[in-house]
Design a protein around this ligand. Structure first.
Ligand code: GLA
Length: 671
């Protein structure tokens, strides 16, 4: 490829394979593994992710023989390697030497060795040892012909992100000194005049450990930022070693952008530091329509990658083993899940893991090669998927076409989740999910965008949950609307600045001008209470939240017919410059939220799509053509219109302007 750091070296197909942990098996099994990998069409595997204890058996004693043999075997068989740095599990000998590198919880408990990811990211001993094993791997395999990609660590941020030990406390103080320079600045940003929390010496500042009552919110928010930065610094240290010793081989680390799976990292910042964005996604098995969360995670990952293709490094062939009830995938669901990630920009579909383990904590997790062996439904579906992906090579490098953007900011989410908000039912994540699902059900493909990003390419921008907004974000949205954009904002957005300090003047400080209104008083609802919203051609029902909206230029479209805010506008529309800004001040669901969204779409000039509800339609556009991914999640076959004739790539059949989409199937039409 012409851009060496944007794609695994030497991989000339979509990535297909999984985490391969051959150290759990005798070497005779490896031969069978590679034979079956070839049968399934595997193109790349991730190896060595948890192998530190086997590679460095005591400090400075290295045993690379098995990995040499493994990489050679994979290379001889044409399987590319995503080589892990095993720094997510330091060996037992490391903790014997450095028990202080085990992380400490918020209430002072020191975690033990015996699981994984027990790391204090501020520990100099950990940092040195991690850089050391990475250096050894870089020296030995930096130019090994099998190595296509470096996989640093594993899922940074879980299972433990913050460490509250004294080393971390000192590191936090250095981070704060860098951020604020003076204690006066820090005291002002943290609002320490409240409850007498003034600091006169840097040494008095601690991590936000368990306090008798609500802790200082600005301190907690900075702690979350510090934790993200401390972990990111450790990624960068390993990445830089690999860039030095393995030039030309891209470096990634597997994210978990699904908002339920990792909360502690600001992936906007991480996306800028990796060569290739990669992601892991696991369905919430029991959730109805769980493919919507999959789509959301894929869209968020692509957005973190700045729209460039990304890589799905892990998902599952069937059940996982860590949810309360680990449901299997229905026939065909495996392919639909994998291809839905590809539809939304992943240039591959990889799994955890290749061969199901016989021992250890994850022995009941599904795999590409299950305990049942090759005479199994899962294996047959895996082989079929390998063939499908083989026929889709042409989509590599193409880009997803989005209709709209949703603003998302991890820092705002961290802030909103802190204690003592006006209602415990305010839930940023829930609103992001609900608005994303509403857009999904209108068959809109959305990008996610940082609130300060350039939004000018989007006719519609949705803001489901943006409690914290900087001045730059506020000006960005004003400019976006004034220039002709359509904005739709949900309640409890634009309330505080980056220090969790309420914006001056009436709420919502950062959005008053663009929305053309103020909020005189919040009026949260009782558990289970609903309010009626009338006007706008249809009666709507809200719950959780209402407020005294005072229009200042905005036109009321729906009004509260009852509840504490009766008589006040509930949904408003404001014209500003060439654009329009909608405000939704109560929690709407399903069809009601869709009713309002439909109005915003009309303002944005986005036409309705006549498609069955369970059909997902996403377009990727590349230099060689347009690829329309149509996924039918429903149990009945349907026919959908196409924008032109073309070839269906999975079946190889020509298609006209209508496409037959059997139940539970995926089709990819090259137009
Ligand atoms: C994560 C990890 C894997 C494995 C899977 C199981 O994504 O990266 O090592 O534990 O979960 O679902």
């Amino acid at each position: 490829m012409e851009h060496p750091l944007t794609w695994p070296v030497g991989l000339d197909a979509l990535a297909f394979g999984g985490d391969y942990n051959p150290e759990q098996w005798p070497e005779e099994v490896w031969q069978q593994d590679v034979r079956l990998m070839r049968e399934a069409g595997v193109t790349m595997v991730s190896v060595g992710i948890f192998s530190w204890a086997l590679l460095e058996t005591e400090r400075g004693s290295y045993e690379f023989g098995w990995l040499d043999r493994l990489l050679d075997l994979l290379h001889e068989n044409g399987i590319r390697v995503d080589l892990g740095t095993p720094t997510v599990v330091p060996p037992a000998w490391f903790y014997r030497e450095h028990p202080e590198a085990l992380p400490v919880s918020k209430d002072g408990l020191r975690y033990e060795f015996g699981g994984r990811g027990a790391i204090c990211h501020s520990s100099p001993a950990y940092q040195e040892a991690a850089a050391g094993i990475t250096e050894q791997l870089g020296l030995r395999y930096g130019s090994h012909p099998a190595v296509a990609l470096w996989h640093v660590h594993n899922e940074y941020g879980v299972p433990v992100s913050a460490c509250y030990c004294e080393t971390s406390a000192a590191h936090f103080r250095r981070w704060l000194a860098d951020r604020y320079q003076t204690l006066a600045e820090l005291n002002s940003a943290w609002g320490t005049t409240f409850w007498g929390q003034q600091y006169n010496r840097w040494d008095d500042i601690r991590p936000p450990r368990t306090t008798p009552t609500a802790g200082n919110p600005a301190q907690q928010l900075d702690w979350a930022r510090f934790t993200n930065d401390a972990i990111l610094a450790n990624f960068k240290r390993e990445r830089d070693v690999l860039h030095r010793l393995s030039p030309g081989v891209p470096v990634t680390t597997n994210f978990m952008t699904a908002l339920s799976q990792c909360e502690s990292l600001d992936y906007w910042a991480w996306g800028r530091e990796v060569d290739i964005v990669s992601n892991d996604h696991y369905l919430v098995a029991e959730a109805p329509r769980n493919h919507i969360n999959l789509a959301m995670s894929a869209d968020l990952t692509r957005s973190v990658a700045g729209g460039k293709p990304w890589l799905l490094l892990e998902h599952s062939t069937g059940a996982v083993n860590w949810q309360p009830r680990n449901l299997i995938k229905q026939p065909g669901e495996l392919a639909r899940n994998s291809l839905a990630h590809v539809a939304r920009g992943s240039d591959g579909a990889m799994f955890f893991q290749w061969r199901a383990s016989r021992f250890g904590a994850e022995k009941f997790h599904s795999a590409m090669l299950p305990h049942a062996g090759t005479d199994s439904r899962i294996w047959r579906e895996v082989v079929a998927l390998g063939a499908d992906l083989g026929s889709l090579s042409a989509v590599r490098g193409s880009r997803v076409k989005a209709d709209a953007a949703i603003l998302w900011d991890w820092q705002s989410w961290w802030a909103q989740k802190l204690e003592w908000r006006p209602s415990e039912d305010l839930d940023a994540r829930e609103r992001a999910d609900a608005w994303y699902a509403a857009a999904f059900d209108r068959h809109l493909t959305v990008d996610f965008a940082h609130p300060e990003a350039d939004l000018s390419g989007y006719p519609l921008v949705l803001v489901p949950a943006l409690y914290l907004m900087t001045e730059a974000a506020s000006l960005n949205l004003q400019e976006y609307v004034a220039q002709g954009g359509t904005l739709a904002v949900s309640y409890f957005s634009g309330i505080v600045d980056e220090h969790d300090t309420v914006q001056p003047g009436p709420h919502p400080g950062a959005l008053r001008d663009v929305l053309g209104l103020t909020v005189e008083e919040f009026a949260p609802l009782r558990a289970g209470e609903t309010v009626r919203l009338t006007g706008g051609g249809a009666e709507l029902t809200g719950d959780v939240w209402s407020e005294f909206v005072v229009p200042r230029g905005a036109e009321p479209v729906w009004t509260y017919a009852d509840g504490p805010a009766a008589g006040h506008p509930a949904v408003t529309r404001h014209t500003l410059g060439d654009g329009t800004a909608w405000y939704v001040s109560s929690r709407l669901h399903g069809a009601d939220l869709d009713t309002v969204l439909a109005r915003a779409c009309a303002d944005a000039g986005l036409a309705e799509r006549e498609l069955p509800r369970d059909v997902e339609l996403v377009e990727r556009v590349g230099e060689r053509g347009r690829y329309l991914f149509a996924i039918n999640h429903g149990s009945a076959g349907v026919q959908i219109p196409l924008p032109g004739a073309g070839v269906e790539l999975i079946t190889g059949q020509p298609v006209g302007d209508r496409l037959d989409l059997p139940a539970n199937s995926t089709r990819v039409v090259s137009i």
